[in-house]
Write a protein that binds this ligand. Structure first.
Ligand code: HEC
Ligand code: HEC
Ligand code: HEC
Ligand code: HEC
Ligand code: HEC
Length: 469
């Protein structure tokens, strides 16, 4: 033993010892959290299982390397001792080594426990998921902040509780880290997410089936393309109801004993030629005229995500984005043709965020300077403020670095901007007996008013200032 103690007293080996003890201590602190699945974050596992072994084995190799170098050096110069004292506490080299390891371990335990604790907390946080890979996550993070789920942590939907999916996502987390490091990730990030945890285990932790189920009134504001940006309202009574009674939108697809399977012919699940309904007491197969038997592809069981595919990351088309901004009073609706002009400008091509920041407000201002110089002179501040908000609509929905352009991520609720419900409810999906999946305008909603300036129903209900879509 004695020669080993002597040889290990060199800087290279000691650095190796520090690396080995530090990583071991860190790993021991992280081990219980990652094994018990107390944290739901894949990246933490990545640190534990991917980054720690590197320095650990590196340190392990430095120790003999330092010893070998020292042996060679001392052999050459002849200082290598021919004999060694016995290994007792009075041996200064042994004492030095023991003190050194003891001191580094104490320091490591103190620092390691703090680091491990904050790492666990930090990696579960929204800011870690949303901001660490800033460019990659920017579109989702931006939309998320503006969604009904802006207070729900990313990991609640993307990983959920328990160890099983934690390990699965840990594996894909590792792959993603490599993709980001080497910039091999696809742009835009493809949707749907194929290995997303089934909704039953994520969404239903908060929206349990016995709970959802009341119908609700939806008011949608639209501003026209005319000079006055005329505002009209559509009022729908959404028949969400009866989740547990097999009726309404939720009940017919997800009620007790109901499963619907479908096959899509494209990656984004926008073309659905084949649908199989399994309900209490009957099975019905619906298909389009050109559908292959069994749909051709692997069937998928319908869940929340097939309708609510953008609960947290939804992007508007220019028209809808403008309607929302005008309804919120951010863009003046008293400027002539503001809606029409802004939509035109938004649809332009701006390869970078900087270019958009220059050109979009400038184009809006120029329109009023050229076409309505009188109004421009009088209301310059209002026009400038609106111009900034037109840019904000663009910034909220377009991400050139990630190639997220208008319409990159279809929304499956509805049927006006994207196929949505009409992927199946288009009247073209027929059963053998000629029955088709309903396209009845009153099956999903009662159309209480459609594009009316002042719907009577809203006055009757006493709705004064309605929330917009
Ligand atoms: C309310 C649940 C929920 C929350 C919270 C949530 N997501 Fe998502 N996310 C989803 C769903 C659902 C999809 C799309 C699934 C599909 O279409 O297959 C998705 C998709 C994604 C995608 C894939 C690209 C895309 O847009 O389809 C990324 C990246 C993403 N989310 C990142 C995040 C980040 C980062 C956060 C936190 C800042 C977050 N998500 C929070 C539910 C959520
Ligand atoms: C951690 C809890 C949590 C999870 C998980 C969760 N949600 Fe929510 N969700 C909420 C809360 C809270 C609200 C209410 C927000 C509000 O009222 O503004 C909400 C609101 C909604 C709404 C109504 C939005 C609106 O326009 O009023 C829908 C739809 C929805 N969630 C769908 C989903 C789907 C789909 C998933 C799974 C991908 C999911 N949620 C996962 C907590 C959660
Ligand atoms: C067939 C499509 C479809 C499926 C499947 C579906 N939903 Fe919905 N859901 C809707 C529609 C449509 C609305 C009404 C949207 C609106 O008001 O504009 C809605 C509304 C909601 C709301 C808000 C209304 C409320 O009662 O608070 C929540 C929350 C919600 N869904 C959660 C879920 C969850 C969780 C699942 C999965 C268990 C699910 N939905 C499955 C279509 C669906
Ligand atoms: C994957 C295909 C598919 C999609 C997408 C889909 N549905 Fe359905 N829907 C069905 C099937 C299948 C039935 C049941 C037909 C039957 O009873 O045999 C159904 C039935 C319904 C019913 C009951 C109709 C009636 O006449 O009783 C409503 C309401 C409904 N869907 C609403 C929606 C809404 C709202 C959306 C979009 C948010 C939607 N569905 C999207 C397949 C789909
Ligand atoms: C399968 C269910 C379903 C059927 C059938 C259906 N709708 Fe809808 N409709 C929806 C849903 C879901 C929305 C979206 C509500 C929201 O924005 O949250 C919607 C939204 C609308 C809107 C508002 C559009 C907007 O600009 O946001 C109008 C108008 C409308 N539907 C008219 C109709 C008419 C007319 C028919 C008959 C041809 C019809 N719908 C049939 C489910 C359906």
């Amino acid at each position: 033993m004695s020669p080993l103690i002597h040889l290990s007293n060199n800087w290279i080996s000691l650095v190796g010892v520090v690396l080995v003890t530090t990583t071991t201590v860190l790993w021991l602190f992280l081990l219980p959290v990652t094994l018990k699945g107390e944290t739901e974050n894949p990246y933490l596992g990545m640190v534990a299982f991917l980054t720690i072994p590197g320095p650990f084995f590196g340190g392990l190799m430095l120790i003999p390397l330092g010893m070998w170098l020292k042996r060679r050096r001392e052999g050459h110069t002849g200082i290598y001792p021919p004999e060694f004292p016995t290994l007792t506490w009075s041996n200064p080299e042994l004492r030095k080594l023991v003190y050194f390891i003891g001191a580094t371990t104490v320091v490591n335990v103190v620092i390691g426990s703090q680091v491990a604790y904050s790492a666990v907390n930090y990696m579960d946080s929204v800011s870690f998921c949303g901001k660490t890979c800033h460019t990659v996550m920017e579109p989702e993070f931006t939309a998320y902040q503006d969604s009904p789920h802006s207070r729900v942590e990313c990991v609640k939907c993307h990983i959920g509780p328990g160890a099983g999916w934690f390990v699965k996502s840990k594996l894909s987390g590792t792959r993603q880290l490599l993709a980001v490091t080497f910039k091999t990730y696809p742009r835009p990030i493809p949707t749907p997410v194929h290995n997303l945890r089934p909704a039953r285990e994520t969404c239903e932790a908060c929206h349990w089936p016995q709970k959802y189920g009341e119908d609700r009134v939806r008011v949608i504001n639209k501003f026209a393309d005319d000079e006055a940006n005329s505002l009209t309202k559509t009022v729908l009574l959404m028949k969400i109801g009866g989740g547990n009674h097999g009726i309404g939108i939720h009940g017919t697809h997800l009620g007790p004993g109901v499963t619907i399977r479908y096959a899509a012919s494209d990656e984004q699940r926008q073309n659905i030629p084949w649908v199989e309904y399994n309900g209490p007491g009957r099975q019905t197969l619906y298909a389009t005229a050109d559908a292959k038997p069994n749909g051709g592809g692997a069937p998928r069981e319908m869940d929340c995500m097939d309708c609510h595919n953008r609960p947290s990351h939804s992007y508007d088309l220019p028209d809808r984005g403008m309607d929302k901004a005008m309804a919120a009073g951010l863009i003046s609706n008293t400027l002539p043709f503001a809606k029409k002009k802004a939509v035109e400008i938004l649809k332009g091509n701006y390869p970078t965020r900087d270019e958009a920041a220059q050109k979009i407000p400038a184009a809006f201002l120029k329109y009023y300077q050229d076409t309505y110089p009188g109004i421009y002179a009088q209301r310059q501040a209002e026009i400038t403020a609106s111009a900034k908000q037109v840019l904000a609509v663009w910034n909220r929905n377009i991400f050139p670095e990630m190639k997220v352009a208008w319409g990159a991520y279809p929304i499956n609720i509805g049927h006006t901007d994207y196929p949505g419900c009409f992927r199946c409810h288009d009247g073209g999906h027929n059963a053998k007996d000629g029955k088709s999946i309903s396209q009845d305008c009153n099956a999903c909603h009662n159309l209480l008013a459609m594009d009316e300036a002042a719907p009577k129903i809203l006055t009757d209900l006493g709705v004064v200032e309605s929330k917009t879509k």
